[in-house]
Design a protein around this ligand. Structure first.
Ligand SMILES: Cc1cc2nc3c(=O)[nH]c(=O)nc-3n(C[C@H](O)[C@H](O)[C@H](O)COP(=O)(O)OP(=O)(O)OC[C@H]3O[C@@H](n4cnc5c(N)ncnc54)[C@H](O)[C@@H]3O)c2cc1C
Length: 351
């Protein structure tokens, strides 16, 4: 890559400049140089990195027209994760976050070993990896995990809290992963990958990370494996001795799909103003469920105001894209400032 032709990229209105090699996407160039711009799936599916080309020659790799409709392409909108530059270019960042830019961590590729796979429910597993070198990340971020020799790479959000950044970060990573029976990666966790399996971890990625130390309540909303980054954020919050009120909304189908209940009970007794609000969308008669029912966005819509939370809320939501799409307007209707809503859509991989 070092001998590759390079061009200059200038981001407005922040005035940051970097280089991009021909054949490298603008987003990958930013990751390489430790410049954290807004992004999500990195595969042209989620639209988080949507920006506007002010000047220069570019080509866009294949993307979803849900993420970038034709009408927006006609007005020079681009997806940074799909953009190749053929000249110096100037790009207007439509969504940028000073906090994000100031907390950039350069992406690294680190060999890792699978150390255990533990069942949390019938289709949720806890994967633990040991890395050959520590990685720094913020609670809520994700990495790409590759199974060498198979061409399979998938994104997974860390479930554990980050280690001490001053000591270089963490060498152990944990992930809460949902099994899809036909899933190229996830199905292998049920016997297809043995302890000791070599893997490659690349990251950290993601902008849905814990903005700790702020005043105002913390609202966490997840469904299924969306628990993974939220669990990391909750542990980070507890480890820092933070006293913000926390409401953790979690959607599952049935009672048997809930997990970590003892740990949640522990947080309820230890943290000063914490409430875990699980909701079942398909409670079964044997569940004898007396808690919330229905889809999690409806539960948030029904109950968030009644929680009587004072101050500006920071909201984090992770999980299946339809869940996030339903949660975002609910949060805005509840008065949460759009720039304080952070989310990761677990979009399916395209490769
Ligand atoms: C930013 C980000 C963070 C993520 N974090 C996590 C995480 O912490 N935990 C986690 O479990 N997953 C997470 N994912 C999703 C993960 O990357 C994979 O897409 C997922 O595990 C499926 O991969 P697979 O190889 O098992 O299935 P694939 O081989 O990619 O898909 C095979 C089949 O599985 C089914 N399937 C796959 N994905 C979905 C879906 N989203 N909805 C419905 N059906 C589907 C479909 O039938 C599909 O045809 C994240 C994704 C992103 C973009």
């Amino acid at each position: 890559m070092n001998d590759a032709v390079s061009h200059l990229v200038r981001f407005e209105p922040v005035g940051i400049e970097m280089d991009v090699h021909e054949g490298e996407t603008v987003l990958d160039a930013a990751f390489r140089q430790g410049i954290s711009v807004m992004h999500g799936c990195k595969e042209g599916q989620c639209a988080s990195c949507k920006s506007r080309l002010i000047e220069g020659d570019i080509e866009l790799l294949k993307y979803s027209t849900f993420a970038l409709p034709e009408s927006e392409r006609d007005t020079d909108h681009i997806l940074l994760c799909r953009t190749l530059a053929y000249s110096d270019i100037t790009v207007e960042l439509l969504n940028y976050d000073e906090d994000l830019l100031s907390r950039s961590i350069a992406v690294k590729e680190i060999p890792a070993t699978l150390t255990s796979v533990q069942s949390l429910t019938r289709d949720i597993r806890l994967l633990t990896l040991e890395l050959s070198a520590p990685i720094r990340f913020w609670a809520g971020q994700y990495v790409d995990i590759t199974i060498p020799g198979t061409g399979i790479t998938r994104s997974f959000s860390m479930a554990n809290a980050p280690g001490d950044h001053a000591a270089g970060g963490s060498t152990t990573l944990q992930f809460i992963i949902k099994i899809y029976p036909q899933g190229a990666f996830s199905a292998l966790l049920d016997g297809g990958l043995a302890d000791g399996q070599p893997l490659i971890v690349k990251g950290p990625y993601g902008t849905c990370f814990h903005r700790e130390g702020r005043p105002g309540p913390l609202v966490l909303i997840g469904g299924g494996s969306g628990m993974s980054p939220l669990w990391s954020i909750l542990q980070d919050h507890a480890a820092r001795g933070d006293h913000r009120p926390v409401r953790f909304f979690y959607g599952a189908r049935t009672r048997a799909d809930l997990f970590h209940l003892e740990e949640f009970a522990g947080f309820t007794s230890r943290l000063p103003n914490f409430r875990f609000i699980p909701a079942l969308s398909h409670a079964e008669p044997g569940d004898e469920w007396t808690g919330e029912t229905g889809f999690i966005h409806d539960v948030v819509a029904r109950t968030l105001r009644a929680e009587g939370l004072d101050g500006e809320i920071d909201a984090y939501s992770c999980g299946p894209p339809p869940m996030i799409d339903a949660v975002l307007p609910v949060l805005q209707m509840a008065g949460v400032e759009p720039e304080r809503i952070y989310f990761d859509k677990f979009t399916p991989a395209t490769r």
